[in-house]
Structures are given as C-alpha cells and as structure tokens.
Design a protein around this ligand. Structure first.
Ligand code: DHB
Length: 391
C-alpha cells in the first residue's frame, strides 16, 4: 500500500490524527495490534479538557460527548473528610467533560470507517523501517495472515507505551526520563447511582481515593494501593469499606454502593522520551510519554500532540513546508513537562507514600493547603486541570 502517512496505533491519538489529515485531503493507513472490540472495551481515562472537546468538534467527528458525556464545572478536593469545591468556569472560564476514552474510540473509529480509508486491527508482527530516508515503511501480518506492506512519506507512532515505534529512535539520539511511584490505583466499575455531582479527589490518612462517574447507573472509583496488590485480595466488601473510610468526614458523606462489575489495577509511572521524532518518524501520545492518572492528563496530552502534529504534517505534505514538523518535538515536550509536573504534583499532594518520612507527609499537606486556601492557587489548579491553551 502507498500512502502519505502510516499511523501505528488506532487509539484516540492515531484515529484523530488520521481524521484531521483526511479533512485536509491527506491519505493515511492505520494499523493496530489490538482488535477493535478490545480497544472499545478497555476502560481508560474519563476526563476531556475543553480544548480536546473543541478538537473533536472542529474536525466534524460525530462525537457523542455532548449527548452521552457530561459537562463538569468543577471538582471537589477532600482533605481528611473536609471538601473544598472548585468552580472551573468561575476560576478560569472553562469546563471539562466526563466522557470515557473507550467511547471516544468508538466515535473516532466510526468516523474513520465513514472516510472509507483503511484501518487494520488485530495485526501481528509490526515492523517499521526506513525512517532515516524519505520513504519509510511499516510491515505487519494482517488478521487473515496476509503480509501488509505500507510505504509512506511519514510514519507516526501512536502505539502507546509498549508499542514498537519508540524503539526505532536510535539509542544515542534519544533520552528517556523516568519516575516511579511506590503505589498503584485499584479501579472499579460499579452499578450504582452517582454519589456526588462532581468528581471527588480525596486525601486521607488511609491513602488517596477518587470518586468518578460514568453514567446515571454506572460509576468509576479508584483507591491508592500498593503496586504488588492483586485483584483477588480485594473482596467487594473490603473494597467498599476501604473506599468509604477514605471519604469519611464530619459531613457524614456516604458513598452509594452497588454491584462491582469490573476490577483492575493501574500502574503508576511518569516517563518521557525526547526527542519525540527522528527522521520520518514522529511519536504522539503514550508512545512518547506516560503520566500518572491523578491529573487526568494522559488522553488530553495525546490530543495536544496531535493538534501540533496534524497541521505540521499537512504543511509538509501539501505545501512542502517542513519547518513546523522539524520543530514538533521541541514544542510538544513543553506541554508534556507541564503535564508531568501537574500530574506529579497532584499525585504527591493527594497520596500517602509509605516510604516517606513524616516531614514529607506534612510538607505535601502544606503544599495542598497553599493551593486550597489561595485564590491564585485555586486558579492555578483549575487552569492546569482544564488544560493550557494548545500550541
Ligand atoms: C478518571 C480517571 C482519572 O485519572 C481522573 O483523574 C479522573 C477521572 C476516570 O476514569 O473517570
């Protein structure tokens, strides 16, 4: 197959990029080693920045974000049982949307199908090459066992943290920055009504908990646990009593409980690869950077990469102007590090770290209070959470 841009990875970043290119008359072929059903049913992030929603709208994706999703005008940060409300429109004139990543995938995948351009799911043995020349290629074995060969002018690696693209950047030209955290999140989906109007990020002596939502009848909740925890160690009863203990407070707040329909453990780490490009290869999203989930930034950061990469590829391919493409990594990594900082800061302010001393535990509470008790601090947090301007 001959195309303009070969895209490795049919997650939200790869598919949104494909759609933006298509809208500008540029062809692409997308491949992914997962099946469409797998991607559609993997529970991932839930929060979209206003700017991410605007991207979907501007590109004419028939997204159900406004019908199936919910606008959220704030969050609560709860500290030892006392809630502090953030009103985002009041603080920074923006909102966020609760709309799960797997639903965004369904919308983008339908939009891709309508363009009639190829997306190959369930491929195996993906290989990339020729990225130092101007005719790079991506080979893979299709679901029916046929050999796929995609020849392109550019290759985009939107294949997540474990995909093969990143490794194509020669070791002596890249750096990988890494930070590990001594905990993980235990996530559940349950059949219950929402416990509160907005998401609750709760710091407690027993550790962090996040009370999120999915719909009127299904909720998503998480609690901090040790990274070596196994799902089997947590009975439903134990999960509910732990979650409730982490939000208990003098206001008598009670979680609405129900049948737990999914349990999973989310690893916690920060990683960045720089530069996010080499020759004809460009990385977007988790293939280049991973953030811990506390700041709700992962998917939004992937969309922010695409918001830079799409116009840069369009200029290069349509107008033979590769200047923006040459500067892609330098501009993209600036936002990546702001998001790393915010995700790290939210994580450190809200979690308890079993390996740290009492000084650090109290210092991080001081940091949190510096934000909660200051108008400037609250605006700062609201700006980070709702998303910095793109670009
Ligand atoms: C969800 C996940 C997050 O990491 C977050 O910060 C907020 C919401 C969610 O899955 O709903």
């Amino acid at each position: 197959l001959q195309t303009d841009v070969a895209i490795v990875g049919a997650g939200p970043a790869g598919l949104l990029l494909a759609h933006m290119l298509h809208n500008a008359g540029i062809d692409s072929v997308v491949i992914d080693n997962r099946s469409r059903e797998d991607i559609a049913h993997t529970h991932r992030a839930g929060i979209l920045e206003a700017g991410s929603v605007r991207m979907l709208e501007a590109e004419g994706i028939e997204s159900r974000v406004h019908t199936a999703g919910h606008r959220h005008d704030g969050i609560d940060i709860r500290v030892d049982g006392i809630s502090h409300s953030f009103d985002f429109p009041d603080l920074v004139g923006e909102s966020v949307w609760l709309y799960p990543q797997n639903e965004i995938f369904v919308d983008l995948s339908a939009a891709r199908s309508r363009t009639g351009r190829p997306t190959f799911y369930s491929v195996t043995d993906t290989r990339l090459g020729g990225i130092e020349a101007d005719r790079p290629w991506v080979n893979a074995t299709s679901e029916d066992g046929e050999e796929l060969r995609v020849e392109a002018r550019y290759v985009v690696g939107a294949d997540g943290s474990r995909g093969p693209s990143r490794a194509m950047i020669p070791a002596d030209t890249k750096q990988r920055f890494f930070h590990e955290y001594p905990f993980a999140w235990f996530g559940i989906l349950c059949e219950a009504p929402p416990s509160h109007e907005v998401l609750i990020y709760s710091r407690s002596e027993r550790g962090f908990a996040l009370i999120s939502q999915r719909s009127e009848s299904v909720q998503r909740m998480y609690f901090q646990t040790s990274p070596d925890t196994e799902v089997a160690e947590w009975s439903d009863e134990r999960i509910w009593s732990e979650l409730q203990a982490r939000v208990d407070g003098p206001d008598g707040f009670e979680l609405k409980t129900g049948a737990i329909i999914d349990k999973n453990i989310l690893p916690f780490r920060s990683a960045v690869t720089e530069p996010m490009q080499h020759g004809s290869l460009f990385l977007a999203g988790d293939s280049a950077h991973t953030v811990p989930p506390t700041g709700a930034k992962g998917l939004n950061l992937a969309f922010a990469d695409v918001s830079l990469l799409a116009p840069a590829l369009i200029s290069a391919l349509r107008d033979s102007d590769a200047e923006a493409l040459a500067g892609y990594s330098q501009i993209a990594t600036k936002r990546v590090w702001k998001a790393q900082n915010f995700s790290y800061q939210m994580t450190r302010m809200l979690h308890s770290d079993p390996s740290q001393d009492d000084f650090e535990a109290r210092r991080s509470l001081g940091e949190l209070n510096s934000i909660l008790e200051s108008e400037h601090g609250r605006r700062y947090l609201a700006e980070c959470y709702t998303g910095w301007p793109k670009g």
